[in-house]
Design a binder for this molecule. Structure first.
Ligand SMILES: [Zn+2]
Length: 244
């Protein structure tokens, strides 16, 4: 499967139909990513979200409209995606991605897209994906800035090579508290989907060991090379052996 096939419509559907992706969070990043993956014909999508739709979500979460306020995000997202792409199998996971569910959920799909909105969940996703050998497209949003990093176990750095651990609670505000530019979420979610399509197609990942930082105020993108830290608690061999 070549990702350039994604440019020519119908041919994509045959090649991606056997692939699957798990998207954690159906919000500002996960929503646009899910729409792109469904429209591209990825065979099976899992939508993990435990939350309900709120009016403050609607500036950046295109799976939901005013009539959905109060509904379960995972269920509403799935019905919307099934309408967009009836040929794609889409399944809801209407529960929190937490320590109890992580190992089981991460096994569901070939690629993991992290569109969650808090650091503890992001680290939980990253550690579970690494342990299971699943490629991960990590994304983050805050106000006018988006970041994307891809982690492929055994190939390059992990999330903990970049950020050793989650920041102390309250040090960095969440999207919900600090706000986020709605249009930026759509851009970042679309880029995460494009990266997932590259991974599913066996193409070279664009953000593997290369953190994309996009600043929407300056309209500037840069990519920062991230190196493996030899003593990283996430991916160094002694650490893995110690937890085995
Ligand atoms: Zn690491």
């Amino acid at each position: 499967v070549q990702v350039r096939d994604a440019l020519v419509g119908a041919r994509t559907h045959a090649s991606l139909a056997e692939r699957s992706a798990l998207v954690i969070g159906a919000g500002g990043l996960g929503g646009p990513a899910l729409l792109s993956l469904a429209a591209s014909g990825v065979g099976k999508l899992w939508v993990c979200d435990f939350d309900v739709v709120e009016s403050s979500n609607l500036n950046r979460q295109p799976l939901f409209g005013e009539g959905d306020i109060g509904s379960r995000k995972a269920l509403t997202a799935v019905s919307r995606l099934r309408a967009v792409a009836p040929g794609v199998r889409v399944e809801p996971v209407d529960r929190r991605f937490d320590g109890a569910s992580a190992a089981e959920l991460i096994q569901l799909a070939g690629v993991i897209i992290d569109g969650s909105d808090n650091f503890p969940t992001k680290f939980l996703v990253a550690d579970a994906a690494f342990a299971a050998g699943r490629p991960l497209v990590h994304g983050g949003l805050l106000r006018y800035t988006a970041q994307i990093l891809t982690v492929v176990p055994g190939e390059g750095p992990c999330l903990r090579c970049l950020f050793e651990a989650p920041p102390p609670a309250g040090e960095i505000p969440t999207c919900a508290a600090a706000g986020v530019l709605g249009a930026l979420a759509g851009l970042a979610g679309g880029l995460m989907a494009a990266e997932a399509l590259r991974l599913l197609g066996g193409e070279r990942a664009s953000y593997l060991g290369s953190l994309l930082i996009y600043d929407a105020r300056e309209a500037l993108a840069r990519q920062v090379i991230i190196r493996r830290r030899p003593d990283c608690a996430g991916c160094s061999r002694p650490a893995l052996e110690a937890t085995a």
